[in-house]
Write a protein that binds this ligand. Structure first.
Ligand SMILES: [Zn+2]
Length: 291
């Protein structure tokens, strides 16, 4: 009689090795954190509303991460730490290396898609994503299938550091390589482009079309905490939101919230890391071979 009771653990290991074979250099490691750090959501955070908004999002709707219910949509603040940390070298990843692990709950295809986001960053910089070595690496990114797509900004120095990438719900998902790359850039120390201190020279934020509860999501980043290293403003940045971010009605084409001063500018892409994104990343992490 055939044994239908294959141990699941073994199946998972075999699948993980398959991912490894496809993406050598990026081992997909599934890890259950024995001492998870509690995630403290901001006051008023509504998990069900986030899941609903993402599941109802139309394909040409707003960028998926803007629906995640946190500051600027997708930034989880650790209230014990200063934010907008890109100037703070303590928040960088040591030796340009970002150890990572997946929490259980992703399919192999989803892990491959997320790893594609890492590969995208690795291709144009000296940043290295690799599987965490438990007991050796103090800090690592812990990719979890929670509600919404979000990340903290910079390395927090607290061990397992969550990046949430919600799996598909009725088609809309955070598990897309460009979304993953956006969230990983937050974890590497990036803030949003359209909130840069000089943004008013390049875009107009039309507050009449912004839902009032999201006004603060357009607060500019302070020059004290953040620098663009003199790299010019970048409409093409993967960290730039789209024209309908936090709109009162994103389905109404007239209700734009971010209007580029350059009429030909395209904003809100999530398919690539721009040249200027890479430039800043490579300056920040001293990737001299890529500059
Ligand atoms: Zn973001």
């Amino acid at each position: 009689m055939q044994n239908f009771h294959q141990p699941l653990g073994m199946t998972r290991i075999v699948h993980t090795l398959a991912v490894l074979a496809l993406w050598h250099g990026c081992l997909a490691f599934i890890y259950v954190d024995p001492n998870p750090r509690p995630i403290i959501y901001p006051p008023g955070y509504d998990r069900l509303a986030v899941e609903m908004a993402i599941s109802r999002r139309s394909p040409d709707g707003p960028l998926v991460w803007t629906l995640s219910g946190l500051r600027e949509g997708d930034i989880m603040d650790d209230y014990s730490n200063a934010r907008n940390v890109i100037r703070d070298t303590n928040k960088l990843w040591i030796n340009n290396t970002v150890p990572f692990a997946f929490a259980p709950g992703y399919t192999n295809e989803q892990m491959v898609e997320i790893i594609k986001g890492m590969k995208l960053i690795m291709k144009g910089s000296c940043i290295k994503f690799r599987s965490v070595k438990i007991g050796v690496d103090k800090d690592f990114i812990y990719i979890q299938p929670l509600s919404g797509c979000w990340s903290l900004v910079g390395r927090q120095g607290t061990g397992a550091q969550t990046v949430s990438l919600m799996p598909p719900t009725n088609g809309s998902t955070c598990v897309y390589y460009g979304v993953a790359a956006h969230e990983f850039l937050h974890a590497l120390g990036f803030e949003h482009m359209h909130d840069n201190f000089n943004r008013d020279d390049y875009v107009t934020v039309n507050f009449t079309n912004v839902q009032p509860k999201y006004y603060h999501d357009f607060d500019k980043i302070s020059k004290k905490d953040y620098t663009d290293f003199g790299v010019p403003y970048d409409y093409d940045s993967v960290m730039h939101y789209d024209r309908y971010a936090f709109s009162v009605d994103p389905d109404d084409a007239t209700k734009t919230t971010i209007i580029p001063k350059d009429p030909n500018a395209v904003i809100g892409q999530n398919d690539h890391v721009s040249k200027r994104d890479f430039k800043k990343l490579n300056i920040r992490y001293n990737c001299t071979d890529f500059l």
